[in-house]
Design a protein around this ligand. Structure first.
Ligand code: NDP
Ligand code: 2IT
Length: 449
C-alpha cells in the first residue's frame, strides 16, 4: 500500500496518464511502496520532484521498421527505444524482439533497469528497447534484413557515450552481430556501442554466461548468509530454456544442485535424473529447436504442455528465467506446497505482486530480479570498460569481478533491508539501495529550467 501522500499523488497521476500500461504501473507501484521510509527521511526528494521525474522517461523513440521477407513481401514492425534515466551514466539496457513487445512492457523494463544498473555499482543509466518482431521461424537472412532496418533508425539515437543497447529475449549473438555490422557501416566507426558482441570483435568473455551465473552467485551468497546453506544437494526448477536459463542450469549444477526442469513458451520437461545440459545447449543455441524434443530423446523425462505446471514440481529452489508475470498467486502457492524455500529471479518481474505476497508470508528467501539478474548488465559494463581501454580480460578475471559484484549486491541489498526496518526483505532492500544513488544524483544535478 502506498500511504505517503506525496507518493500517492505521484502514483495516481501516473496511473491516470498511463492507464493502458499495466506492466509499467506494476513495476512503479512496487518501487514506490518500498521507498516510502526513504522519501520520509529525505524531504529533499519531494522538494526536488525526484519521484515525479524518475517515473517519466527522459525520451521515448518509436519508429517504423520495414523489411522484405524471403518471398519478396514487404513487412512492417514497430521499433522502440526507451531512454529512461541518464543520471548516473549513459542509458544501458537490452533490446527485446518478441511479438508481445509494446510501450508498457518496455517502460517497465526500462524503469527497473535504472535501479538494477545502480545496484551494480557501475556508471550506467537505464534504458530498454526492441520490436514486436518475432525471430521464431524466420530465416537467417530475414533476421539480418530486419536487424539492419532496425539499426538504420536506432543508430541515430545511440552511441558509446549516449546509449549502449544489448540483448534480451529474442536478441542474442546473431542479432547483435547483424546490428553491430550495420551500425559500423552507417557510422564508419568501431566503438563499444553494443554489448554482447562476439569474442573476436570486442565482446567480453563471460557475457554469454553472466546473467545465469550471476543469478546463482547471488543465490549462493544469500543461502550462505541468510540460511547457513548452499546449492549443494538441492533440487532446482528453472523456467525458460534461453540464455539465462541455460547458464543458470550450468552454474547451479556446478555448485552441487540438481536441475530437474526447463521450459519454453509451449511447455516444460521434467527430468528427475537431472537436465542433460550439453543436449539443451545444442537444441537451443545451435538448432533453435523446441524443448519438447528433450523428452523424445531422454528416457525417464516427461514433457507437459503449458507453462504453469512447472511450478507444481517439488523443489527446494525455483529460478524463474523466462518472462514477466510467469508466477502468479496460484503457482506461488504450488511452489510452497512442493517444499520450495528459495525463489530467485533470472527473468525481469517474473512474479506477480500476489505471488510475492505468498513468498513473504511463507518465509521464502525471495531474491528480486533487479538484484539477482544484474550480473548480465554488470558484465556488459565490464565489456564497455574493456572496449574503452582496447583490451580483453581473461575469463577468470571477468568471472571474479562478476562474483564480487553479485556478492556486493546481496550485501548492499540486505543492509538496505535492515535500514528500512524490514530485515531480510530483499525486494525492499533492492528498491531502496538502487533508488538512493539515482535520487541523490538527480538532486545534485539540478532541474533543467
Ligand atoms: P531468450 O530469448 O534467450 O530465452 C527466453 C526464454 O523464455 C525462452 O525459453 C522462451 O521460450 C521463454 N519465453 C519467452 N517469452 C515467453 C512467454 N511469453 N511465455 C513463456 N515463455 C517465454 O531470452 P533470455 O534468456 O535472454 O531472457 C529471459 C529472461 O531473462 C527475460 O525476462 C529477460 O528480460 C531476462 N534477462 C535477460 C538478461 C540477458 O542478459 N539476456 C539479463 C537480465 C534479465 P520460447 O522459445 O518458446 O519463446
Ligand atoms: O535485463 C537486462 O538487464 C538485460 N537484458 C541485459 C542488459 C545489458 O545491457 O546487458
Amino acid at each position: 500500500m502506498i500511504t505517503n501522500e506525496y507518493l500517492k499523488g505521484v502514483y495516481e497521476g501516473l496511473a491516470a496518464r498511463n492507464a493502458a500500461e499495466p506492466e509499467f504501473l506494476q513495476a512503479v507501484r512496487e518501487v514506490l511502496e518500498s521507498i516510502q521510509p526513504l522519501v520520509e527521511r529525505h524531504p529533499e526528494y519531494e522538494k526536488n520532484g525526484v519521484v515525479e521525474r524518475i517515473v517519466e522517461p527522459e525520451r521515448m523513440i518509436f519508429f517504423r521498421v520495414p523489411w522484405v521477407d524471403d518471398n519478396g513481401k514487404v513487412q512492417v514492425n514497430r521499433g522502440y527505444r526507451v531512454q529512461f534515466n541518464s543520471a548516473i551514466g549513459p542509458y544501458k539496457g537490452g533490446l527485446r524482439f518478441h511479438p508481445t513487445v509494446n510501450a508498457s512492457v518496455l517502460k517497465f523494463l526500462g524503469f527497473e533497469q535504472i535501479f538494477k544498473n545502480s545496484l551494480t555499482g557501475l556508471p550506467m543509466g537505464g534504458g530498454k528497447g526492441g520490436a514486436d518482431f518475432d525471430p521464431k521461424g524466420k530465416s537467417d537472412m530475414e533476421v539480418m534484413r530486419f536487424c539492419q532496418s532496425f539499426m538504420t533508425e536506432l543508430s541515430k539515437h545511440i552511441g558509446q557515450f549516449t546509449d549502449v543497447p544489448a540483448g534480451d529475449i529474442g536478441v542474442g549473438a546473431r542479432e547483435i552481430g547483424y546490428m553491430y555490422g550495420q551500425y559500423k557501416r552507417l557510422r564508419n566507426e568501431f566503438t563499444g556501442v553494443l554489448t554482447g558482441k562476439g569474442l573476436k570483435w570486442g565482446g567480453s568473455l563471460v557475457r554469454t554466461e553472466a546473467t545465469g551465473y550471476g543469478l546463482c552467485y547471488f543465490t549462493e551468497e544469500a543461502l550462505n548468509c541468510m540460511k547457513n546453506d548452499s546449492f549443494k544437494g538441492k533440487t532446482v526448477v528453472i523456467s525458460g530454456s534461453g540464455n539465462v536459463a541455460i547458464y543458470a542450469t550450468e552454474k547451479a549444477t556446478q555448485l552441487g544442485g540438481k536441475v530437474v526442469a526447463l521450459s519454453d513458451s509451449n511447455g516444460y520437461v521434467y527430468d528427475p535424473n537431472g537436465i542433460d545440459l550439453p543436449y539443451v545447449k545444442d537444441l537451443k543455441e545451435v538448432r533453435r529447436g523446441r524443448i519438447k524434443e528433450y523428452a523424445e530423446t531422454h528416457p525417464g523425462a516427461t514433457y507437459h504442455e503449458g507453462c504453469k505446471g512447472i511450478w507444481t514440481i517439488p523443489c527446494d529452489i525455483a529460478l524463474p528465467c523466462a518472462t514477466q508475470n510467469e508466477i502468479d498467486e496460484e503457482s506461488a502457492k504450488a511452489l510452497v506446497a512442493g517444499g520450495c524455500k528459495v525463489v530467485c529471479e533470472g527473468a525481469n518481474m517474473p512474479s506477480t505482486p500476489e505471488a510475492i505476497e505468498v513468498y513473504l508470508a511463507n518465509g521464502i528467501l525471495y531474491g528480486p530480479a533487479k538484484a539477482t539478474n544484474a550480473g548480465g548488465v554488470a558484465t556488459s559494463g565490464l565489456e564497455m570498460s574493456q572496449n574503452s581501454e582496447r583490451l580483453s580480460w581473461t575469463f577468470e578475471e571477468v568471472d571474479q569481478k562478476l562474483q564480487t559484484i553479485m556478492k556486493n549486491i546481496f550485501h548492499n541489498t540486505y543492509d538496505a533491508s535492515v535500514e528500512a526496518g524490514q530485515e531480510g526483505n530483499l525486494m525492499v532492500g533492492a528498491n531502496c539501495a538502487g533508488f538512493l544513488k539515482v535520487a541523490d544524483t538527480m538532486v545534485a544535478q539540478g532541474i533543467a529550467y
